[in-house]
Design a protein around this ligand. Structure first.
Ligand code: SAM
Length: 207
């Protein structure tokens, strides 16, 4: 999997995306992700892989200082159109190699992006790099439930689903292992499909 493939796949997904991933259970899960979260106008907030902007509906996007990146022009265009009255800065950028300085953002939000980028480890590293100390990284994504492997059927399906633009075999615990001294996991809440989809809140520690 590489960026070019993802660009093409998400160009195809863009007209249908909200019908599948911003409705029903997904919509309810997104609402839960942002329930109780409150942000201030003086905070800088980054959405990584913002897609069509499905998450933006759940926060005060008109007043907050939001930057949103994605690699697909078509997904970004959908988001731009939906939120044309806001002052959100939409940018085409690779989540694995962001052009932001270190420690720029108070809050970084990554929904369904670690399971999509070709290199989840590199993407997580970048999310942590651009986050301020004590800043909050909010993830909403699908991971293998802790202590359980992939079922035989999922092992067979994994490469096919990967071709459709997402990985069902990512382990959050393996991903964060090497950042144990840098971050702490503040919240880890199962949201959908037997705990496959989780909300995870990470705080970046002082060195
Ligand atoms: C499953 S969608 C999630 C979109 C949105 N965050 C949501 O929750 O609905 C994955 C998004 O990641 C974007 N993407 C894929 N590879 C990327 C990369 N290397 N850098 C930035 N965005 C990427 C895709 O274009 C797509 O919009």
């Amino acid at each position: 999997m590489n960026n070019r493939w993802n660009e093409w796949i998400y160009k195809l997904w863009s007209p249908l995306y909200d019908t599948f991933f911003n409705s029903g259970e997904f919509r309810k899960a997104r609402q839960k992700v942002f329930q109780g979260e409150s942000y201030h106008e003086n905070q800088r907030i980054l959405f990584v892989g913002v897609g069509t902007g499905a998450d933006l509906e759940w926060i005060h996007h008109q007043t907050l200082n939001i930057t949103a990146i994605d690699y697909s022009n078509e997904m970004l265009e959908k988001a731009r159109r939906k939120f044309r009255d806001s002052r959100i800065q939409f940018l085409k950028m690779d989540a694995q190699k962001m052009s932001f300085h270190d420690h720029q953002f108070d809050v970084v939000i990554g929904s369904l992006i670690l399971s999509v980028v070709p290199d989840a480890d590199q993407c997580l590293k970048e999310m942590i790099r651009v986050l301020k100390e004590d800043g909050e990284l909010i993830l909403f994504d699908k991971f293998i439930p802790e202590g359980r492997g992939l079922s035989p059927i999922k092992k067979v399906l994994r490469p096919l689903i990967r071709l459709a633009g997402t990985d069902i075999g990512l382990s959050f615990e393996a991903l964060v292992e090497k950042y144990k001294g840098t971050i702490s996991v503040q919240e880890d809440m199962p949201l959908m499909f037997n705990g496959m989809y989780r909300k995870i809140v990470i705080i970046k520690r002082h060195p």
